[in-house]
Write a protein that binds this ligand. Sequence first.
Ligand code: AMP
Ligand code: MG
Length: 398
Amino acid sequence: MLLECIQPAGTEKIDIRSALGRVLAEDIYAPVNLPPFNRSPLDGYAVRAEDIAAAAPDCPVLLEISQEIPAGRCSQIELGRNQAAMIMTGAPFPPGADVVIKVEDVKKTANKIEIVSSLQAYTNYCFAGEDIQRGEQALSGGEVIDPASIGILAALGIPVVPVYRLPKVAIIGTGDELVEVHEQLQPGQIFDSNSYALAAYIRQAGAKPILAGTVGDSREMIAQRIAENLDNVDMIITTGGVSVGDFDLVSEALISLGARMLFHRLAMRPGTPVLGAEKNGKLIICLSGNQAAAFVTFHLLAWPVLAGLMGISKRELTCATAVMQGQYPKTSAKRNFLRGRAFLDDGILKVRITGKQNPGVIYSTLYCNALIDVPANSPVLKAGDRVDVFLLYANGLY
Ligand code: AMP
Ligand code: MG
């Protein structure tokens, strides 16, 4: 339902020097061959294979060195019969030559070389386009630009690329008890930590978070804060005020704004009260204030939406099976997503729980890179059990 509401946030052209982590908005076709010309992969002598066909230790062939071709220079001089061109790594083949003999494999005397073994034509020969052919698709739209992509773009002589605009996400913390981290705590108050953590997860995902501050438990104030941010951003995430105990103020605020409710409450733990709504084509995802609950629902629900807004083709989290390390003795009547750390051990993916699993315990989010998906009414988890996991930062798995 969430993914159906969104599309990528427009495109722009940027210099490849600032393109790392951005998402390509179009397929890129090679405008040139890579390499652009037939070239030598090593330092040696470019010769004609037929001239050395009979070379053997007891039958050396003598060739005259007729030219020198350093990298960066193109020789137009045809290689004649029984001639050799001294050639450097990366230099273009001269016309007529079809093989390179390594510099170590010849005996040089004055302006002649002696060769004692033959080579097939096109040995030690890099063909124009053997890396990437002109017209071939070099990179795919919807992929994140990594350092290798940037190298390929530069190699193809493409200094500017079309990318999707960075989506902006406003984060609003709701709750009378919240104070900003730089303020003084009064009795009964807590620091707003969700907003800061979510902003960092959003930045890590490659989008642009906007800390839109905290707001007290008031329907009007929540509605106002959502309304004043909605026009400037591509999505809003709120935390707190969606569970029944809070008199449902976020939901009432959204109704008062005329937002369309997509869902409220999901059959999962932690984070059951999560709410999804849409207004003016933008999503407002409202998470429980409990830190671990906000963490889980952010990754399972908001992260794929972020990927979609960013224009990334692969929006699903990576799934895997892992072997449980240690046990988890509690059972749940709801589908439960335990915070864990996955790691490879001797080629096997293993996962262990990252501390206490109460929804309000922030510590379980530390070093968490996997959510263990425990079906409703499962028996207790024992060490060695195979479990399904969602890998959160699959590239950073270690
Ligand atoms: P709520 O979802 O409003 O019922 O809040 C659930 C729990 O999360 C309560 O203990 C809140 O104090 C706490 N909480 C709410 N918002 C935040 C926040 N932004 N940062 C840290 N804890 C929060
Ligand atoms: Mg609250």
